[in-house]
Design a protein around this ligand. Sequence first.
Ligand SMILES: NC(=O)c1ccc[n+]([C@@H]2O[C@H](COP(=O)([O-])OP(=O)(O)OC[C@H]3O[C@@H](n4cnc5c(N)ncnc54)[C@H](OP(=O)(O)O)[C@@H]3O)[C@@H](O)[C@H]2O)c1
Length: 257
Amino acid sequence: MTTALITGSTAGIGAAFARRLAADGHDLVLVARDTRRLREQATELHDRHGIEVEVLTADLSEDKGIETVADRLGDRRNPVDLLVNNAGFGNKGRYLEVPMADELRMLKVHCEAVLRLTSAATEAMRERGRGGVVNVASVAAFVPRGTYGASKAWVVQFTQGAAKDLAGSGVRLMALCPGFVRTEFHQRAGMGTDNIPGWMWLDADKLVAAALSDLARGKSLSIPDPRYKALMGLVKVTPRGLLGGVTSRTGRKYGPQ
Ligand SMILES: NC(=O)c1ccc[n+]([C@@H]2O[C@H](COP(=O)([O-])OP(=O)(O)OC[C@H]3O[C@@H](n4cnc5c(N)ncnc54)[C@H](OP(=O)(O)O)[C@@H]3O)[C@@H](O)[C@H]2O)c1
């Protein structure tokens, strides 16, 4: 039996990881801030799939929350075989419209927590000679797109670099770059989604299936959909000034709300 720890497990992409890994028979450690929601999710997954589920209430924008999860990942008696660093959020607005405290909170959750949790997990995994880490980034990593895009670019660079450094150790790391996925993300950030064309939306369960298949194949970067693979190919050859203009005009708001 193997154990997977998922941050931000109670909604959206994290919940899809939890459903899929539970169905595959993995025990789970679920992490988020809302304890009631975590407990309900744990009971449902245990009852449906007969797996063991622990819950950890932790706010990853605080040192205490990061330390709680890092301690669990470092517990050599109850090893974690797969870490999914998924917790994240968006801030609505252009540069200087977003309060500095919110920008810093984003860097703490998207970068510092990911660095510290990946390190706690991979140290223990390297000792055992096996394990995996999926760090959820975004296709926003590839376009100039404020602190959000910059933080996700850091996730991609960090993960691919660490994957190279740990090559041959039995520990795999992969950055996952979704496009738009229907979750609670946009609503929580107060972003309207009416202007986003239907074809750009991905299904969270299909995204997770493709991501886990990419991890099994040893990829260090996963862009799990042909539409977004093509789009990112286009982005690579588009001048950055032009890309920046487009994302600045949308103002990271997408539509009125
Ligand atoms: N949806 C998209 O279009 C999209 C596209 C590309 C990338 N992504 C990335 O995918 C990841 C998951 O996003 P999602 O769309 O699934 O979002 P979501 O539906 O809003 O779910 C976010 C999850 O993260 C948890 N969370 C948020 N802040 C946290 C904190 N400070 N500490 C601990 N847990 C926290 C939430 O639970 P609590 O509120 O209880 O803590 C929730 O379980 C994020 O990293 C996001 O950047 C999303």
